[in-house]
Ligand binder design. Structure first.
Ligand code: PLP
Length: 814
């Protein structure tokens, strides 16, 4: 199929007719979106089939990325870009009198994730397809994604995200590829012809129905697959079979309870620990995914004991870690393989990424609950653990303390991180610093036991979405400046360094930033009726709201700056616009209070005319992929100020850098690597190091009260939180106040305050020197290529999955 403009116009009109049977003048942008999406999907399908056939014919090793979250956002524009047909589509629709950008904007975000972890999975899918790795996603088709956030009277209000309401143009339901997942019941082991047979009775069968979404590679004809599973009752007419009396209602209730498995995404939240529905979700998609992988493998007519040569399964954090036991079950119980052989294959197949060292985020399941829901899987984990503990016992000469320390099952809990390490051949952290902390502290005993398993893979972001799509003007300027090699080889962005000091080039980069800022200012004016000065510094902190990310530190500095401005209205500062965007987990009370605090400070400052618009504070509601794409190109200062040691990597930091923002940061996560690559002169670093933070925790020798007593600024600000200064009740911010003073400031906000104020003053000085600032900005862009997820995924393929890129250039796939 060749897509030229005339053909497209014709096909588009035909699509409208076949879908809606109405004249084009009766239809609106939603119809146009659906028709164009559907047309693009048809176009993709051809390559999808060819890609599949190629993988099958070449017996290509494939990797399956298992993740509870895929935060993919909108797909129309990125599909058009990757297919190379964006321009022709724009021309065709324009000639039909249709506003193309409006059509792009009406797509609903697929918000099937919370934040960084889910977005990473989405970037990896885009990169795998684009560099030619046969890699697919496996996850859950949540009926409701992450809630939509509204801000009402300064507070976060959560609204359900009914993203499927109008249907989803990119998915294909494949009921004939459904599988059955079994919950509960009783397990019996019987001996039959000298073989142990497993009988699973009285279980509850759930039908897992796949919905496939095509993942289009960039300019290479490759289409991989994202398979999302939906939970349904096994017998379609089940609920009508027992129609009479109360049975009908019971049947309806049952249907509802089954479908609830894939109803909602859990908002990441420490309060939600140990919830049985969450465990159901995990086993549901993992079991369905592995069954379908095995079924496909068997089609290739290869021996089962070679599975590990053809399949890799990667688990994104511990959420899919029951996959280890489920693969053992499938091989041992259903395929009659010996335990030893199955174990060898399973550990070769599985690889695990650790995403966090926050104690409250390490998954544990109570044994009683787990056993009841997944009796056979529990038996298998017990056996894995029995053998593993035996090895530890032998290695450490009968040291029971060591066995207890490392046991997968301990204190009536199953420690999923430990299961993941024992059952995988690779364990990776997501930034150099994070991996070092895993090896030397959090997982030290496992590193000592299995040093060969541990490795680092610093996170990445797809430069196609986060530069080419979200900042087309900048992408064009880069093309004009250094050519287009960087598009397929993002490391080539480095060529920009040669022109970083060229004043005429600097000016062009500055103009594009300004144009982007004007666009965002217009959006802010229309949506919030607040005037923003596009010549002010746009200082942005956009990420999930969490105590460790320290939005509080940011807001305390703003209050201090405001105090200084009130005392001295002639204070020599560049006008600054502080922008926040963040969702808080619905059950995370303190985080929601921080949102109220930011909005209260914003109200106070934005309505104070005495400071003459030198300061503005904005909270943009409903942070998600699309809002991120709109904010990041406008950012001058990227706030990456987590308590050192707490942010495993961060990926927001990379997106901002790639768009020319200068980072103000602690030495945490990938900030450390950003500093290494841009050099000390092109980033502003402040605050405690990870080592210092860890020492303070160990020695318990930090006392936040001392800072409150000795620093007049801190004293004043904290007093302003509780004395009516902010036009809220004196009690409103008690909990924030107490967390900083009475609970001894667990995240070292007050400890880092002074250094942060200094760092912010330094930003102000640097920005006043326009040439210096633009040099910093361009050097950041020039060095961002290393953080393209194309590089990250290539390392996973090479060092973990042992998969070679398929050679796709200019060749047809069949
Ligand atoms: C990149 C991204 C994140 C992760 O941001 P961090 O600053 O790394 O926490 C979260 N949410 C969305 C929508 C993103 O695009």
């Amino acid at each position: 199929m060749v897509l030229d403009k005339e053909f497209l116009k014709h096909a588009f009109k035909q699509k409208l007719t076949s879908l809606f049977a109405e004249d084009i003048i009766e239809l609106n942008k939603y119809h146009y979106f659906t028709a164009l999406g559907s047309l693009v999907k048809d176009y993709i399908s051809e390559n999808l089939m060819k890609t599949n056939k190629y993988y099958l014919n070449h017996k290509q090793k494939q990797v399956y990325y298992f993740s509870m979250e895929f935060l993919i956002g909108k797909l129309l524009e990125s599909n058009l870009i990757n297919l190379g047909i964006k321009n022709v589509c724009e021309e065709a629709l324009t000639e039909l009198g249709i506003d193309f950008n409006e059509v792009l904007s009406v797509e609903m975000d697929a918000g099937l994730g919370n934040g960084g972890l889910g977005r990473l999975a989405a970037c990896f899918l885009d990169s795998m397809a684009s560099i030619g790795i046969p890699g697919h996603g496996c996850g859950i088709r949540y009926k409701y994604g992450l809630f939509e956030q509204k801000i009402i009277n300064g507070y976060q209000v959560e609204v359900p995200d009914n993203w499927l309401k109008e249907g989803y143009v990119w998915e294909t339901r494949k009921p004939y590829k459904s599988v059955i997942v079994k919950f509960g019941g009783d397990v019996e082991l019987i001996k039959e012809d000298d073989e142990l047979k497993v009988i699973h009775k009285n279980y509850e069968p759930i039908l897992a129905v796949p919905y496939d979404i095509s993942i289009v590679g960039y300019d290479n004809n490759i289409v991989n697959n994202l398979r999302l599973w939906n939970a349904e009752t096994v017998d379609e007419d089940f609920d009508f079979s027992s129609f009479n009396n109360g049975d009908y209602l019971k049947a309806a209730e049952y249907k509802y309870s089954v479908e609830s498995i894939t109803q909602v995404l859990y908002p990441d939240d420490s309060n939600e620990k140990g919830k049985i529905l969450r465990l159901k979700q995990q086993y549901f998609f993992v079991s369905a995914g592995l069954q379908s992988i095995l079924r496909r493998y068997e089609k290739m007519k290869l021996p089962l004991n070679k599975l590990d040569q053809y399949i890799s399964v990667h688990i994104n954090d511990t959420h899919p870690s029951v996959a280890i036991a489920e693969l053992m079950r499938l091989l041992v119980d259903e395929k009659s393989m010996s335990w030893e052989e199955a174990w060898k294959i399973t550990t070769n197949v599985m690889a695990y990424t650790n995403h966090t060292i926050l104690a409250e985020a390490l998954e544990k399941w109570p044994v009683d609950m787990f056993k009841k829901l997944l009796p056979r899987i529990y038996m298998i984990i017990e056996e894995i653990n029995r053998r593993f503990c035996g090895e530890v016992f032998d290695e450490y000469n009968g040291n029971w303390d060591k066995v207890n320390e490392m046991s997968i099952i301990y204190d009536n809990n199953i420690r999923m991180a430990y299961l993941s390490i024992v059952g995988s051949h690779s364990v990776n952290g997501v930034a150099k610093l994070h991996t070092e902390i895993l090896k030397n502290q959090e997982l030290k005993s496992f590193y000592d036991f299995y040093p060969e398993k541990f490795n680092n893979k610093t996170n990445g972001i797809t430069h196609r979405r986060w530069l080419i799509e979200s900042n087309p003007k900048l992408a064009n300027l880069i093309n004009e400046t250094i050519g287009t090699d960087w598009v397929k080889h993002p490391l080539e962005l480095k060529k920009l360094e040669a022109v970083a000091y060229d004043i005429s080039v600097q000016e062009k980069f500055a103009n594009i930033k300004k144009e982007n800022k004007i666009n965002l200012s217009n959006y802010i004016k229309s949506k919030y009726n607040i005037n923003v000065n596009p010549d002010s510094i746009f200082d942005v902190q956009a990420k999930r709201l969490h105590a460790y990310k320290r939005q509080t530190l940011n807001v305390l500095n703003i209050l201090d700056l405001y105090n200084r401005l009130r005392e001295n209205p002639n204070l020599d500062i560049v006008p600054r616009t502080f922008i926040f965007a963040a969702k808080a987990s619905p059950g995370y009370y303190l985080a929601k209070q921080v949102i109220k605090l930011i909005n209260s400070v914003a109200d106070k400052i934005n309505n104070d005319h005495s400071i003459r618009d030198k300061l503005k504070v904005l909270f943009l509601e409903n942070y998600g992929v699309t809002l991120a794409e709109n904010i990041i190109p406008c950012t001058d200062v990227s706030e990456q100020i987590s308590t050192a040691s707490k942010e495993a990597s961060g990926t927001g930091n990379m997106k901002f850098m790639m768009n020319g923002a200068v980072t103000i940061a602690t030495l945490d996560g990938a900030n450390v690597e950003i500093k290494e690559i841009v050099g000390d002169d092109n980033i502003v670093i402040f605050g405690l190091t990870a080592h210092e933070v860890i020492e303070f925790y160990k020695n318990k020798n930090y006392h936040s009260r001392d800072i409150f007593n000795n620093d007049a600024r801190v004293n004043k600000i904290l007093t302003q939180l509780t004395n009516g200064f902010l036009n809220v009740s004196n009690y409103e911010f008690n909990d924030i106040y107490n967390s900083l003073l009475f609970n001894n400031d667990e995240y070292f906000v007050l400890k880092d305050f002074d250094a942060y104020v200094d760092a912010q003053n330094k930003i102000n000085r640097l920005y006043m020197d326009k040439e210096k600032w633009m040099k910093m900005s361009i050097i950041n862009i020039a060095n961002s290529g290393i953080f393209s997820s194309d590089n990250t995924v290539a390392k996973y393929a090479d060092e973990i999955w042992n998969i070679k890129k398929i050679n796709f250039k200019n060749q047809s796939l069949d």
